[in-house]
Design a protein around this ligand. Structure first.
Ligand code: F6R
Length: 238
């Protein structure tokens, strides 16, 4: 049963951050997988402020990066590791006990994939954004519930949507993503969705039969799924 929390846009980020603070308070050693993208930015702002005030701490938590582009140099502003550090991790007064980014600069990518799959076992929480084509992480359309952590070719719409925003000189065509298998095995999954332009795909993900054309639709089989949406993205849910 999907828990749907529809919030007013102005309150959305603060409410998601409050839920995150509660998770850290109840499970200080939280093992959490985090996305980048535009959607979580206001949540990370609100969360960094709450942590800065001492409401909770990441000191005992493990943070695992959801996905990463291939072909961008270390420090590139579009890299997911660069973004997560700038938007959240570097703003914490005490850093997390462990941070697992995805070692895309290592020579052996298969070994990188295997390491990422190994470190993302036993996740307490996976936080996700929703791609405009129904992807979660870089699990593009065609992904199945048992799709593993892997190197993926990115859909053209995903590349355009991301790189147009981040100002990278190169447009990567591939990435590494946490697999659907690991996402569905986590204790809790939070899907963050905001804005009118996501209303159609959110309706597809939650209301139409599940299927590989919209990998996010598979999240509904997870008993610990919470969808945090604003009223604009929820407009077509009826
Ligand atoms: C980002 C990621 C992507 C985004 C999705 C939504 O790490 O894995 O799946 O969550 O593309 O992106 P935004 O939030 O920019 O609309």
């Amino acid at each position: 049963m999907t828990a749907l929390r529809t919030l007013e846009a102005a309150a959305w980020a603060g409410e998601v951050a409050a839920a995150f603070v509660e998770r850290l308070q109840s499970t200080p050693s939280l093992r959490v997988c985090l996305p980048t993208g535009a959607t979580p930015i206001p949540v990370y702002d609100a969360l960094a402020a709450r942590i800065g005030r001492g409401d909770a701490s990441f000191a005992q938590a493990t943070v695992i990066l959801l996905d990463e582009w291939l072909g961008l140099p270390p420090g590139d502003p579009a890299r997911c590791d660069t973004r997560l550090r700038a938007q959240l991790l570097d703003r914490l007064p005490v850093p997390p006990a462990a941070v697992h980014t995805i070692e895309v600069d290592a020579p052996d990518l298969e070994a990188t994939v295997a390491r990422h799959a190994a470190c993302s076992l036993d996740l307490d929480l996976v936080v996700l954004g929703l791609g405009i084509n129904g992807h979660v992480g870089f699990n593009e359309p065609g992904s199945l519930p048992d799709s593993p952590t892997r190197v993926v070719r990115l859909a053209a719409s995903s590349r355009r949507a991301a790189m147009a925003r981040y100002g990278s000189a190169t447009v990567p065509t591939a990435g590494i993503t946490l697999g659907m298998d690991r996402i569905l095995a986590a204790r809790k999954v939070w899907l963050l969705v905001t804005g009118e332009r996501k209303a159609g795909i959110l309706r597809r993900a939650l209301r139409d039969p599940e299927g590989p054309d919209c990998p996010a639709s598979y999240l509904r089989r997870h008993r610990g799924l919470t969808v945090f949406t604003d009223s604009e993205a929820a407009a077509l849910l009826g």
